[in-house]
Design a binder for this molecule. Sequence first.
Ligand SMILES: Cc1ncc(COP(=O)(O)O)c(C=O)c1O
Length: 386
Amino acid sequence: MNYNFDEENNRKNTNCEKHDALKKYFGYEDLQALWVADMDFKTPAFINDKIVEAAQNSTYGYSLQSDDLFNSIINWQKNQHNWNVEKDEIYMVNGVVPAYSACIEAFCPDDKDEVIVQTPIYPPLFKCVQSNNRKVVVNELKEENGYYTMDLEDLKSKISKNTKVLALCSPHNPVGRVWNKKELEDLAHICKENNIVIISDEIHSDITFKKFIPLASISKEIADITITLNSAGKTFNIAGLNTSYAISHNPELLETFKIVSQKRQINSINFFGYIATQAAYENGADFVLQLKKYIQNNIELTKNYLKINNLPIEFYEPEATYLIWLCFKNTQLSHKEIKEKLLTESKVALNDGVSFGSNGYSYFRLNTALNKDRLHEALIKLSKAF
Ligand SMILES: Cc1ncc(COP(=O)(O)O)c(C=O)c1O
């Protein structure tokens, strides 16, 4: 079966944050939306048909967490990522971010406790720490010619007796890294030695262009200090169905997490979310292959466009995700000037790099998960202003 990622999909006036909240977030209505991390492609029919079928009963009561749902997750992790997971190691929750926030409460019981985040990073990974009244400790990623690595010497220097959690974004949003085995092992080794729990946000793990390794699959020692958070939301464009899951091979960690999740009531899942997640994981392998190919072409298209037109905007090709971390340093313009040009001359809505941490200054994040002709139009608009 061939999936048609070229199909036009007008999401305006569908109560969609990405396309319908431009005025609210950017101050202008007439922008091309290339920000929020969801895709402009339609959710595939093998998911949608199941949702429609379920809706035909016109009954939306509470759902059962069936064995079929758990098996779909188990088989997906095994087949896609060679990771063996058992049913009682999985816990369903209504979002990766709600689960992450619960982890902060669960593993940072004292108000002096600290959480290390590696910026630039998906903003809720530090915002949730602040909203739980815990301290964010920043371990900036190192950047060289657009390629980001972890700064483990800096990490070691930032660890104190109050450090309880390290937030790992794997693959990393926004810089697009797929951490390799050595990077993950070195990081985990430091955390193990210092009794730090790693929360591994692996929501982008399916859209990867090189081998992705789930952190907890590496060894028993690493699995013992890890809680993994994931969902089918990004991969199949069903994030609005609020269905995610946590996995830990360590029963104690999982139990501590479950207690807070139950307290916060984040463990009751949307009726359609169960159906969509199971349908996605049971039938989605071929879709993912084709999706990745389309996204890689879009990334290539962007790279070539910037080069051929000599634009002073650069990026390192992401190893994962449909998100591109554009560097505007060569424009020699101030952050304010770049932002102004994007909004008033190019008329495109990109995520401001500063929101990912102070080292995101001069960067803007571009979402390439859209029809390639629409992406080309966006690049033409971009070139007008730079
Ligand atoms: C790294 C990362 N984690 C989590 C999320 C959101 O997860 P959820 O919608 O399940 O809360 C996103 C969405 O952009 C993300 O990029």
